[in-house]
Design a protein around this ligand. Structure first.
Ligand code: UDP
Ligand code: MG
Length: 325
């Protein structure tokens, strides 16, 4: 499948980045003059408390290709990216951070990769400019774990700078820290993924919004992703089978105890195996019920897909959602 880019949607989540925005916007615009693609920039103000929105409003007034979504409160980077996808009109989606830790000058090289036929071009911060102990080291571990579990091997799931063919992003609902698993989702629908080294700069102004606890959240989200992808389709099969197995085991134990009683005269009541068999029956029944509850949840999960993970208070230069859910 040959990738032909016709227009770009650059999606940038913004949370209290007033000191970075002017510089970011200028850098981005000057990069865009070096390439020949039609574009839109979608800034998502994720409930900033500073003057970020005022600045974004100015950018939008100067240029109708600059679009702005303002959330009613802080919903997190993942929700911001999800809103960006929902409103993006381009066939090529670019994610980047607002603090210029990602460098817009890497984008042309990444687009060239897309034109070579890749569906996802993922940035790899070879020289990461973050604290080693609380950020770089835990994310090395997270990358290793995600790669093992999803079987999509990337060195740097956490790098925001990524380019996607729009098609491979269609129809996902993102929760928690799940935006970083998008390459793994895309791989499931047969996307070709390549990782390319990109520049990474220290944050100029403001503080990172994240610390060590994010790695923990990523790992826990990974559990959910794995579960939803593989087991959640039919929880009653998983828990039901365990339940039935346990109940069979307890029948077998009772049968064994009865034989002992009839042929050898051993007492049934004092045998600890009797207690075990009662426990197996209870656990087995519980497991079957968990399976049933799981079934209900799965149905609710799939039927409530219309639910949004964010709320919008303002939209500039944007009319309606473009994404097909
Ligand atoms: N961000 C956001 N909502 C949040 C936290 C962060 O939209 O709740 C944005 C932030 O403005 C930046 C990007 O997500 O554009 C990455 O955040 P940050 O630089 O704090 O993370 P780091 O680079 O340290 O991973
Ligand atoms: Mg940053």
């Amino acid at each position: 499948m040959k990738a032909i880019i016709s227009s770009l949607s650059i999606i940038i989540p913004v949370y209290d980045e007033e000191d970075n925005l002017a510089w970011l916007h200028e850098n981005l615009m000057s990069m865009l003059t070096t390439i020949d693609y039609d574009y839109e920039i979608i800034y998502i103000d994720d409930g900033s408390d500073d003057t970020s929105f005022v600045l974004l409003e100015q950018f939008a007034q100067q240029n109708s290709k600059v679009k702005v979504i303002r959330f009613t409160r802080n919903y997190g980077q993942t929700a911001a990216l999800a809103a960006g996808i929902d409103y993006a009109a381009g066939d090529t989606i670019i994610f980047m951070d607002a603090d210029l830790q990602n460098d817009p000058t890497d984008i042309p090289m990444m687009l060239a990769k897309l034109n070579e036929g890749y569906d996802v071009v993922s940035g790899w911060r070879l020289h990461r400019q973050d604290t080693w102990l609380t950020r770089t080291l835990p994310s090395k571990f997270a990358n290793w774990l995600i790669s093992k579990i999803t079987k999509v091997h990337l060195h740097d799931y956490g790098c925001t700078l990524k380019v996607y063919r729009r098609q491979v992003l269609q129809g996902y609902r993102l929760y928690g820290e799940m935006h970083r698993f998008l390459p793994a989702y895309a791989a499931q629908v047969g996307a070709n993924i390549i990782e390319v080294p990109v520049k990474h700069h220290p944050r100029r102004y403001g503080q990172s919004k994240y610390g060590l606890e994010r790695t923990l959240k990523v790992v826990l989200d990974l559990l959910t992703v794995k579960f939803l992808n593989s087991y959640a389709q039919k929880p009653i099969y998983v828990f039901g089978s365990v339940g039935i197995l346990l109940i069979f085991l307890s029948f077998f134990l009772v049968f064994f105890l009865l034989i002992e009683k009839i042929f050898y005269g051993h007492s049934l009541v004092t045998n600890p195996l009797l207690l075990m068999s009662v426990m197996f029956t209870i656990l087995g029944a519980q497991s079957i019920f968990i399976g049933l509850i799981g079934e209900l949840l799965v149905r609710t999960y799939y039927e409530s897909q219309g639910k949004s993970t964010y709320h919008i208070s303002r939209r500039l230069n944007l009319d309606k959602k473009t994404a097909i859910p």
